[in-house]
Write a protein that binds this ligand. Structure first.
Ligand code: W6P
Length: 442
């Protein structure tokens, strides 16, 4: 009851976005003072984001918000919220306050999101009139950090690591909740509202985990060369792609008991290096490749091993975008089936397959997950201003276009709406899509 009042209060504050560029500017050789400042920012921002999620989970259609798995997830968010607001921030002296506010000379000053300037935050750790993201993104060199502050910074990191770990099973647990709901309804609906909610929810999760991952990495100290937290300023596209190809082929061979998975031919002009989060890139490419491999193997069967048409991975490098096209000759999917590829409610997975023990004891990594791979990959792409599109030629094959924004200065998507995604399936699709979707998401 009291906790929920606090959650409601925090949910009234707007979330503050952080762009990739801001994260990189901020994360260069952070001092103790800078890390403390970052903790202060996150200590305020994370409860706000968590509170928004609890509120949205509460506002789902009654029957859905009461499904056991949805309640479970909501409790995780509430618990994490509580742990964060229960953690006491140290008192700071006026001198310290001034030092924290000072601008670093050599850093280009970050331009705060104008919408931030208007807001008032719940906890005024520092001076209320200065927008928080702005304060956050000023590195500071020398601040005498008291033992108390050093201690707080370290406790804070442990707290958010724990939060991140607690939320690891969120995607599968929500998927379970959707299944529970579908069983409850006893009809294969695709609810546009639920689709919107899940896109927003998972997008927010990507953002929260990015902020936590970034902070923990920075705190843990200098990482690998060219890395700022989890961001690699010189991500080698060819290397990440080759890695994803090897992994996807391995999974495919295991899953279908093949001696050799279809070939993947990569066309990559030069050695492209750009700023990105390699783990996100790997995740998206792996997902696309798995889909293409599956389509090809299932079209030609397992006796065709040496003659599969190769999958082509074509990389183009423009001023604005880097685009990666994954082309398969796996027979394609009907045009009317494309919108379903992006839906969460149309998964063909069973409740049993979503049991944690099931996926863990089954040591083989899944060839076909529970159908969330593509929509979530698209969210990863959009998170940094990119996109993911599918064009299929029914009877021939499918092209997936992964666009990555090179400028990396797009704002973090917080109010996530992609109206164009929803126009196409306002009508309830008929049951006959079942077969198509099975072909797509296994
Ligand atoms: C297909 C279906 C699909 C989805 C995503 C990527 C590639 C492919 N190929 O047949």
């Amino acid at each position: 009851p009291q906790l929920y009042d606090k959650i409601k209060y925090f949910a009234r504050f707007p979330q503050t976005g952080v762009s990739l560029r801001q994260m990189v500017l901020f994360g260069q050789k952070p001092s103790q003072g800078t890390l403390f400042k970052a903790s202060q920012f996150l200590h305020e921002e994370l409860p706000i984001r968590l509170a928004h999620r609890v509120k949205e989970l509460d506002e789902l259609p009654q029957n859905l918000s009461h499904m056991p798995s949805i309640v479970k997830v909501k409790n995780w968010y509430a618990q994490s919220f509580q742990e964060l607001i229960d953690l006491k921030a140290p008192q700071i002296s006026n001198t310290m306050r001034e030092q924290l506010m000072s601008r670093s000379e050599h850093l280009p000053h970050s331009v705060p999101n104008p919408s931030i300037a208007k807001m008032i935050k719940p906890q005024n750790a520092l001076q209320a009139s200065v927008p928080i993201a702005h304060r956050y993104y000023n590195n500071i060199e020398q601040v005498d950090c008291s033992p108390e502050i050093i201690d707080y910074t370290s406790t804070f990191v442990k707290t958010i690591e724990k939060v991140k770990r607690r939320h690891d099973p969120v995607v599968t647990t929500i998927a379970q909740g959707i299944l529970e709901y579908k069983e409850h309804l006893n009809s294969p609906v695709i609810d546009t509202e639920i689709q919107r909610f899940l896109d927003r929810f998972y997008m927010s999760r990507i953002g929260i985990r990015m902020l936590i991952g970034q902070h923990v990495e920075l705190y843990r100290g200098p990482g690998r060369k060219n890395y700022v937290g989890v961001i690699c300023t010189k991500t080698k596209l060819r290397e990440v792609a080759m890695d994803a190809v090897a992994n996807a082929k391995f999974i495919c061979e295991e899953h279908y008991g093949l001696f050799k998975a279809p070939e993947v031919h990569m066309f990559c002009p030069g050695d492209i290096e750009f700023m990105y989060v390699p783990s996100h890139l790997n995740h998206m490419l792996f997902e696309l490749l798995k889909n293409s491999l599956r389509a090809v193997v299932e079209r030609y069967g397992s006796d065709y091993e040496d003659e599969y048409p190769p999958i082509k991975l074509i990389i183009a490098h423009g001023k604005e975008d880097i685009t990666i096209k994954v082309s398969d000759e796996g027979g394609g999917i009907p045009r009317s089936g494309i919108p379903l590829v992006w839906t969460y409610m149309y998964t063909t997975a069973t409740a049993q397959e979503l049991e944690p023990e099931f996926s863990q004891s089954d040591f083989k990594a899944p060839m076909a997950g529970f159908g969330y791979g593509l929509p979530i990959s698209r969210l990863y792409a959009r998170y940094f201003g990119g996109d993911l599109k599918l064009i299929s030629m029914e009877g021939y094959g499918t092209d997936a276009y992964l666009h990555l924004n090179r400028l990396s200065n797009s704002d973090e998507p917080l109010i996530y709406t992609h109206e164009e995604d929803f126009i196409q399936y306002k009508e309830q699709p008929s049951i006959q899509y079942d077969e198509q979707i099975e072909a797509v998401s296994g």
